[in-house]
Design a protein around this ligand. Structure first.
Ligand SMILES: Nc1nc2c(ncn2[C@@H]2O[C@H](COP(=O)(O)OP(=O)(O)OP(=O)(O)O)[C@@H](O)[C@H]2O)c(=O)[nH]1
Ligand SMILES: [Mg+2]
Length: 302
């Protein structure tokens, strides 16, 4: 008899959810940046531990949404709980210890909502590499006051501390059930979306302020050259004319660097040479277009 479990991974923006899902899967399935609100839609990462298949749902960070795109992202995160056998709440332990902040307020709000929904969750205190041991114990004690948590685990998704134990803990709790994915499948996103996400990661890493949040990347063409090599075309949508020159950079240097970094990673991911062509398109109001949301795997929420 096989075992399986669906595990939702939720938390405030920047808590390290995507880093953790990648670590649990053992491959990069979800993009990671230093900026908040990197993940926009639900992405499944799949790991097999002996007879158990664990299907992790990485979700967008949960915060108080204002813009339309934010609302769609937060709704997608809460929908990640539907059908989940277990919930992991990932918390940036270093941020918690640093005192009240946007991050701690978001975490507090998520805990309240979990309580309201009568959901139990496993508390995963992340980024312990940034914290002294004695302070951690205090933090655990403080967080233990919440009856929402069935278990508390300390990890560093970045350096891998505690990740093996967490994986085992989850695998041990998986119930009997058929595997939902083929044994070697690592994620549920298409190659086209994965390619767009990788380029979006580079956009997030190289551009700042509101620009990353007002941009999106779509794969528009996926073909083979005469020699049979992979040729990918993508469009970076921005919402204002003034953003185009910023994405391009002086003499096109910024766009070139984004393309170069993305191409390099795509070559690794797909295991073959990739020819990548990037266009920049100004599309005022793309954040109100259903088609743009569909491409990202999101639904518009009013
Ligand atoms: N020091 C340290 N940094 C970490 C750890 N885990 C994640 N990070 C960093 O935290 C930042 C955010 O990581 P992500 O994995 O993108 O966080 P997220 O929760 O998916 O963020 P959103 O998708 O924006 O909600 C990145 O710069 C990571 O490198 C950790 O264990 N230790
Ligand atoms: Mg993320």
């Amino acid at each position: 008899m096989k075992r399986s479990a669906f595990i939702a991974v939720i938390g405030a923006p920047n808590a390290g959810k995507s880093t953790l899902v990648n670590a649990l899967v053992g491959a990069k399935v979800s993009i990671v940046t230093q900026k908040v609100q990197t993940t926009r839609a639900r992405i499944r990462g799949i790991a097999v531990i002996d007879d158990a298949q664990l299907v992790f749902t990485d979700t967008p960070g949960i915060f108080s949404p204002r813009r339309r795109l934010d609302r769609a992202m937060v709704a997608a995160a809460w929908e990640g709980l539907e059908g989940a056998d277990m919930i992991m709440l990932v918390v940036d332990a270093a941020a918690e210890l640093a005192g009240p902040s946007k991050s701690t307020a978001d975490t507090e709000m998520i805990i309240e909502e979990l309580k309201r929904r009568k959901k139990k969750a496993t508390l995963v205190l992340n980024k312990i590499d940034k914290i002294a041991r004695d302070k951690l114990l205090k933090l655990i004690a403080a967080m233990s006051a919440h009856e929402t948590f069935d278990e508390r685990l300390l990890i560093s998704a970045e350096n891998g501390d505690g990740v093996k134990d967490l994986r085992k803990y989850l695998a041990d709790r998986a119930g009997e059930g058929a595997w939902m994915y083929p044994e070697d499948q690592l994620s549920d996103i298409s190659d086209r979306l994965m390619a767009a996400e990788v380029t979006r990661e580079k956009v997030f890493k190289r551009l700042h302020q509101e620009l990353p949040y007002e941009s999106t990347v779509e794969t528009t063409s996926w073909t083979r050259t005469k020699k049979g090599e992979l040729r990918i075309e993508q469009t970076i949508y921005v919402s204002r004319e003034g953003h185009r020159p910023i994405v391009l950079g002086k003499a096109g240097q910024t766009l070139k660097a984004i393309g170069e970094a993305s191409r390099k990673e795509l070559t690794e991911i797909f295991g073959e040479p990739v020819h990548l062509f990037l266009n920049v398109s100004v599309r005022e109001g793309w954040t109100d277009e259903a088609a743009r949301y569909r491409e990202m795997g999101l639904d518009i929420v009013d």
